[in-house]
Design a protein around this ligand. Sequence first.
Ligand code: PTT
Ligand code: SF4
Length: 598
Amino acid sequence: MKELSSDFLRKYIGGRGLAAKLLWDLNEPGIDPFSPQNHVILAVGPLTGFPLPSSGKMIIASKSPLTLGYGDGNIGTRAAVEMRKCGFDAVVIKGTSEKPVTLKITSKGVEFLLADDLWGLGTHETERRLQKQFGKNLAALFIGPAGENKVLYATVISEHGRSGGRPGMGAVLGSKRVKAIIFEGESLPEPADKQALNKLGAEAYKKLKEAPNYDFWTRQGTMMTIVWSQKNSVLPTYNFREGVFDGFESISGDAMEKIKVSTEACPFCNMPCRNYVKYTVNGEERIAEPDYENVAMLGSNLGITGIDRVSHLNDIVDDMGIDTISTGSVIGFAMEASENSLLSKDDRIEWGDYKAAADLIRKIAYREGVGNLLADGTMRAARKLGGGSERYAMHVKGLEISAYDCHAAPGMALAYGTCSIGAHHKDAWFISLELKMGRDNYSPEKAEKLVWMQNIRGALFESFVMCRLPWVELGLDLDYYLNFIRASTGVDFTWDELHEFAHRVYSLIRAFWVREHVAMGMSWSKSMDYPPERWFKDPLTKGPLAGAKLNKEGYDALLMKYYEVRGWDNRGIPKKETLIKYGLSDIATQLERFINLS
Ligand code: PTT
Ligand code: SF4
């Protein structure tokens, strides 16, 4: 156990900031992500577990096997609260066990429990067995067969369907033969000003309950986005060929409500959005937890209709412990490659074929047949298949794109291009602002606004480790978070200081990507920040925006403006002066061993 100084914590705060710094310091440059020497970092933040909305989340980070860069995910789970109760800001896992293990972590340290009996089980059965042994309110993270088989986009699962770590965090745990991690904590640390913290929390909870869209949110949660995306022509359809889907109503929030049986919340959340649905397959009743991304990627993106069928695919993916977004994307890719006769006759899969999709998910998790090719993600599959398939391999830096089509959304495309972990909407859901600024607008202001949005979402929420949805969906004022931090830590950050912190996190993570790629013998250029060719070359053919596609010169101009605001050079690498300005001169010195800095 190691004490972190208060200066260090002030500089890196927690969650993503802390995880990125620990990975930079602890990982040997250029290490194989499946090497025992790659570290997995679990990190909470200064607000975790306090009675504030919605403080029950944790970061899982590592060097990603999918992208070979920085990878992380943010998961809502009791494990976050119990980890903080153990007194840890971060837990660092390295090495590889000879036999499968469960790590039981308490304030006293770690116990290694043999997990032979859990190895090979799906995440649902794993959870049932752990609950039997450790109680219903178990605070645990675990992996499924996909993590064990090192599927490059295997995730870490908790509480029947919570999933975190899209860029293969579950595969890294699998490579270490860690099947599960259980936390049993004692008590939370004392906040600097408990009275103020409780008062602020109570006020914020009340504001959320009074928000005009509270009822609709708690009825549909993220599933309300299907109709919104269809209306705005961004619903991924047929492997991101189109932004509208004829069968959208059958997979909408309204359709979900018809089979919904309960709503649950992550710890300390009073605006629950975890919707559980019940449906029947082969005469058997089953429960699944669909979310927008899952349903869009496994539904419209594959041409599959019917909320019960898509929920079932979602549930199989959860049980296998894989990321729904990447799974939907690789199956969409396989459907298009089948259409182009790039797969053998036996491996071909048709658009809309739900049964074949269910089968293929299992093949991916167990790396059987064509599943083995797809288990390595769209980027590697396209490189192997050739035949022009790279044009429709929908990823950035190897991470599959989440569920917003960008034929007519240059700012959202730039958000995918520059997100800290590869193509994810978590750092910036820019499409919401883009609708107001104009879809065909390539003005530099978009890049400036994107940096602001990434700073708030990708750095602050990820490092405070708070769910961002109270702010995004129900409009909780951002100043609350400044006040929460003051009451929790006694540190009086200004917004300028927090933006400086955010720039530090972004430049540190970018430095990590560059170091890792160069140390592994690969080059780095601005092309790493480009979305797939499809959006530049194949226009939409359906819906009100038919004919739309991205403009390459316009995208380039946005990217250059983005680099300028971040203080990066025209290769997308932080300048030396930028690293020094944000307190990262040690990082600059180390990075210079790998590449010349501007
Ligand atoms: C998140 C990504 C998302 S984002 C979704 S649905 W979304 C997918 N969910 C998956 C799933 O489920 N099963 C599965 N096997 N794979 C999945 N992959 C996809 O993972 C999630 C919520 C949601 S639901 C969103 S938007 C918000 N995300 C937050 C975030 O990133 N940061 C933050 N500070 N707050 C957030 N709040 C919301 O949390 P990843 P979760 Mg997730 C079935 O993990 O790797 O970050 O990818 O964590 O507990 O499931 O919460 O329409
Ligand atoms: Fe979890 Fe949803 Fe609440 Fe966020 S809003 S903490 S994802 S239940």
